[in-house]
Design a protein around this ligand. Structure first.
Ligand SMILES: C[S@@+](CC[C@H](N)C(=O)[O-])C[C@H]1O[C@@H](n2cnc3c(N)ncnc32)[C@H](O)[C@@H]1O
Length: 274
């Protein structure tokens, strides 16, 4: 890409994308964006990003916006990603809920292809099986993402050998997966406590209801500070008192959000609502 005309086409696309889904790309990412959108642009006959934006604004062809958002999102994920949050969840949070005899409502706020909520649900099963803390545990999950395509994958709960190798222990694989085609599918006990829903984090959280735990991991990094603050303020409203917010391992509470306190749970960093 070269020339000032093309640069402003790129800026035009950025100005359309950011308010739509919060994702920002630096000025050095023009080439990456164009390569991700090449196929879509060819199909709808757009010769520039500016023309693509015109199509997007006109709503034609149908489904274009969904495809563009899908192409712009990064769905990188794995089972029990970073380990510590999951350890904290089963060793501290689940233990407390089980002692109180209270149902835990958990929100996986950018769940991608499902590894995050299914990892949590496997831990619930494991907790119940081993009865850590001497009492049982009741939990339900809501898992949301902006991408309808990735949510369809998550709902299917079928994973390839390559996906299964990323972070899953042999023991959990044997216990919670059944053979399915060329890959494996998660057992119904783990699937059944999760509801998957479409949700753009820029929009209201009514569909979520009140929750005790939020996993909002590896998504805020893509957003501006203003968006992060707005999202975290609104998450505060759905998080029950005494609840827990887990961010990604490279993410921190931005300056300007003052209604959480930071706490260590083992080796995990969590945020608790004030
Ligand atoms: C990098 S993945 C993180 C998955 C998982 N939380 C983890 O840590 O492994 C980011 C996810 O955020 C989703 N996403 C991007 N923008 C979003 C938005 N505005 N609202 C909700 N989800 C969004 C993407 O579709 C993608 O599945």
């Amino acid at each position: 890409m070269s020339g000032s005309g093309t640069t402003s086409d790129y800026q035009c696309f950025q100005s359309y994308l950011e308010p739509l889904c919060g994702i920002r790309f630096g000025d050095d990412k023009a080439y990456l964006i164009k390569s991700r959108l090449q196929g879509i642009m060819r199909e709808c006959g757009a010769v520039s990003l500016r023309q693509l934006v015109e199509h997007l604004k006109s709503g034609r062809p149908a489904g274009l916006r969904v495809r563009v958002v899908d192409a712009m999102t990064t769905n990188e994920t794995s089972w029990f990603r970073d380990e510590h949050p999951y350890k904290a969840l089963s060793e501290v949070v689940f233990k407390d809920f089980s002692k109180l005899g209270k149902k835990a409502r958990i929100w996986s706020a950018a769940c991608s292809s499902g590894q995050e909520p299914y990892s949590i649900s496997m831990l619930v099963e494991e907790f119940r099986r081993t009865q850590l803390g001497g009492a049982s545990l009741d939990a339900e999950l809501i898992a949301t993402d902006i991408s309808a395509t990735i949510l369809a994958e998550a709902r299917k709960a079928e994973y390839s050998e390559t996906q299964l190798r990323r972070g899953l222990s042999k023991e959990f694989r044997q216990r919670f997966f059944v053979s399915h085609g060329r890959g494996e599918k998660i057992c119904s006990a783990v699937r059944n406590r999760i509801r998957f829903r479409d949700l753009n984090l820029l929009h209201p959280y009514g569909v979520v209801g009140k929750v005790d735990v939020i996993f909002c991991r590896n998504i805020l990094i893509y957003f501006s500070r203003e968006r992060k603050c707005d999202i975290l303020e609104r998450m505060h409203r759905v998080l029950n008192r005494g609840g827990y917010l887990f961010l990604g391992s490279t993410e921190v509470m931005p300056e300007g959000v003052s209604n959480y306190r930071s706490e260590r749970l083992g080796r995990a960093q969590v945020y608790r609502p004030l």
